[in-house]
Write a protein that binds this ligand. Structure first.
Ligand code: PSU
Ligand code: MN
Length: 303
């Protein structure tokens, strides 16, 4: 174990006993949802993981320590601070650790720290990907590179169409990342169940997911697995409504010259504002749905 890592006692005990553990990210708390819904959701997601037989490990950087497992007070702190907390991607960890600073972990750094701690499954909402217009901006999320090199299964609801979903799938194919649809042949688009793009494999049970992931790991090659789990039908949004909000958010980002690491948080926040909180409720429900699947898969993997 590296000397910058703190594994919470409950998480450590579960890992040592071979019990199921599910990692959770913290950028979704600080940058992905408004306070106080973000804190309530983070705690509800932890409870959902427990109810489905696994131990939750929310991940963040606090005071320069890489944390696998946060206290309620730490979750409250990150949620309240919101976008004032640094969004920590792979390139940020050395500075945050050396300076004793705080950071909210993205999919990338949550995968990294989960792997350092020995956690194999991670549940979130949506991943970063290839942005629209990346052929000129080169804005491609580090999440895709991390999926290519770190052996953690990421359970998400696909990606938002703030991204170019077709190019995102091309990138994942090039990098050799299996994209699995849970109960679907089609990549879900976060707020909606369908994107028009196919996944590589459809899987219908946590046991089958565990078997695929076990095979990938036992072959010993590097890289993760992306499981895309469609939002439950009753919480899915109207495609026209969400598409209009996304188009407007993209146009505003362009007009205001938003770029770099600010792009994704800006777009996420604008979409929530423009849809008047409906999208927030959908977002919460899809994260809970992913937490359930990740916990059951972690339980199947632990057998
Ligand atoms: N997409 C979402 N919700 C999120 C994020 C992305 O629908 O909260 C967050 C995740 O933490 C993800 C990060 O890893 O944004 C990607 O940021 P970027 O595009 O800057 O790599
Ligand atoms: Mn980017």
């Amino acid at each position: 174990m590296n000397r910058y890592l703190d594994i919470a006692p409950e998480v450590k005990a579960a890992l040592e006993a071979g019990k199921p553990v599910v990692a959770l990210e913290s950028t979704i708390i600080s940058h992905g949802m408004p306070y106080p819904k973000n804190v309530q959701t983070a705690l509800l997601v932890e409870r959902t993981i427990r109810e489905n037989g696994a131990v939750p490990a929310t991940i963040a950087v606090i005071g320069g320590r890489l944390k696998a497992g946060l206290s309620e007070a730490e979750i409250e702190y990150l949620g309240k601070a919101g976008r004032a907390v640094a969004k920590a991607s792979r390139r940020d960890l050395p500075a945050l650790v050396a300076r004793g600073a705080d950071g909210a972990t993205t999919v990338t750094t949550t995968m990294m720290i989960a792997h350092m701690a020995g956690i194999r499954i991670f549940a979130t909402g949506g991943i970063g990907g290839v942005h629209r217009g990346a052929e000129t901006t080169m804005d491609i999320s580090a999440d895709l590179e991390e999926l290519a090199q770190t052996p953690v299964m990421v359970v998400c609801a696909g990606a938002k169409s703030i991204l170019d979903l077709g190019l995102t799938l091309e990138y994942l194919e090039t990098k050799g990342v299996p994209v699995i649809g849970f109960g679907t042949e089609e990549l879900p688009a976060f707020y909606t169940r369908k994107s028009g793009f196919g996944v590589d494999y459809r899987v219908d049970s946590p046991e089958e997911l565990a078997a695929m992931f076990r095979a990938q790991r036992e072959m010993g090659y590097r890289g993760g697995m992306l499981v895309t789990n469609p939002i439950p039908e009753e919480y899915a949004m109207d495609k026209a409504v969400i598409d209009a909000a996304i188009e407007q958010a993209l146009a505003e980002a362009k007009a205001q010259g938003v770029r770099g690491k600010e792009t994704t948080p800006f777009l996420l926040a604008r979409v929530v504002e423009l849809t008047g909180g409906d999208s927030l409720e959908s977002n919460i429900q899809l994260v809970l749905n992913n937490a359930r699947l990740a916990a059951r898969t972690a339980a199947a993997l632990a057998e």
